[in-house]
Design a protein around this ligand. Structure first.
Ligand code: FA5
Length: 339
């Protein structure tokens, strides 16, 4: 019995050395301590056949071997668990000390989108509603509602694109198509003051060059109340310009003609966009013509309004020093990646 115990112990230790993971350790445990056929279990079962005078000594030896084997098993289990945990940590951990993570390519906000956002934020801060409008529009809202007499030469300056077999429709040549729509929508039948801004895309049948596109953005706003004057118009426009540029820019107003304002002006900004310093035409503006107020449902003897429409592409060209308006729609990544 003693020899058998010694050889079980020896065999156990030899096999234990070859164990390299937890499932092998489990198998080993079964081989020696399995309830039915474990080598050590079998020996323990033979205790009942041991002669009485040897029982005590063999029993002590058996306990000692069991204690030793169990201890070695547990130590091995702890070692293996530590190793497995280390493997998981190595695989799953994030090394926060890594000096430079791989560079990811992010997209860019298009300068036009940024400009639209800056202007819209300024409008909201000044209490203007911000609205969108249709690009394909009836000629009534683009021209007739705005006091353009039929066949007036002013229509030619805003020549646009028309739809075959639908003479009443055109692509809007300016966002002023929203003036009468919005005044009707918010004035409650010509009884309430209102303020609205309406940026958007406009279209013109135009000779293209560095400052003229066939498709470009305008940012327009209007305000109607009972005590509006030119000083208000100038103050509001200056506020928009300084919100966009966040720096001083030199501006000038000069008289301009638009059938829907009286008096009318144009706003220029002095800038160098690569051709030397020059005055660049940025906006048309004025006090809303009485005929337009009337068309929208206001009594022009009681109400006055201001309106201005800015060329957003040109404003942004000055902001970033973009020398050619055609870059905006070119899709050229060399341009886009600069923003
Ligand atoms: C208008 O479109 C008027 N609706 C502006 C207005 C609104 C006047 C409210 C009065 C009251 P104009 O055609 O000048 O006006 O265009 C306004 C601005 O759009 C110009 O100052 C210019 O900055 C820009 N713009 C005009 N044509 C082009 C073009 N082809 N390409 C790029 N920008 C242009």
């Amino acid at each position: 019995m003693k020899e058998q115990l010694a050889s079980v112990k020896k065999e156990f230790e030899a096999q234990l050395k070859r164990v390299s993971d937890l499932s092998q350790l489990e198998e080993l445990e079964q081989t020696f301590f399995g309830r039915k056929a474990g080598a050590f279990t079998n020996l323990a079962k033979q205790m009942k056949d041991v002669a009485v005078e040897q029982k005590k000594a063999i029993g002590e030896m058996m306990n000692e071997v069991r204690t030793n084997i169990t201890k070695e098993l547990e130590e091995k289990r702890a070692d293996l668990q530590r190793e497995e945990m280390k493997k998981i940590v190595d695989i799953e951990s994030i090394d926060v000390t890594q000096p430079q993570l791989p560079k990811e390519e992010h997209g860019h906000i298009h300068p036009m989108a940024q400009g639209l956002k800056d202007m819209t934020d300024a409008a909201l801060a000044m209490g203007f509603l911000v609205e969108d409008g249709p690009e394909l529009e009836s000629q009534y809202f683009v021209f007739d509602s705005l006091n353009f007499p039929p066949d007036h030469p002013a229509r030619e300056g805003m020549d646009t694109f028309y739809v075959k077999d639908h003479p009443e429709l055109c692509m809007r040549a300016h966002v002023s198509n929203m003036q009468v729509r919005l005044m009707r929508k918010y004035s409650e039948g010509g009884t309430k003051p209102m303020r609205a801004a309406y940026p958007g895309r406009v279209f013109r049948n135009e000779d293209i060059d560095a400052t003229h596109e066939h498709t470009f953005y305008q940012f327009e706003a209007l305000a109607v109340s009972k005590d509006i004057n030119i000083a208000n118009l100038i103050a509001v426009m200056k506020e928009f310009v300084s919100s966009l540029y966040q720096r001083d820019v030199e501006i000038r107003f000069r008289p301009g003609y638009f059938p829907f304002v009286e008096p009318g002006f144009e706003l220029d900004i002095k800038a160098d966009i690569g051709r030397g310093e020059e005055w660049i035409e940025m906006a048309g503006c004025g006090l809303i013509h009485p005929n337009v107020l009337k068309e929208a449902g206001y009594d022009p003897n009681e109400w006055q309004g201001l309106a201005f429409g800015m060329g957003l592409n040109r404003l942004i060209m000055v902001k970033y020093g973009i020398e050619d308006i055609r870059h905006f729609q070119s899709g050229d990544l060399r341009f886009l990646k600069q923003f």
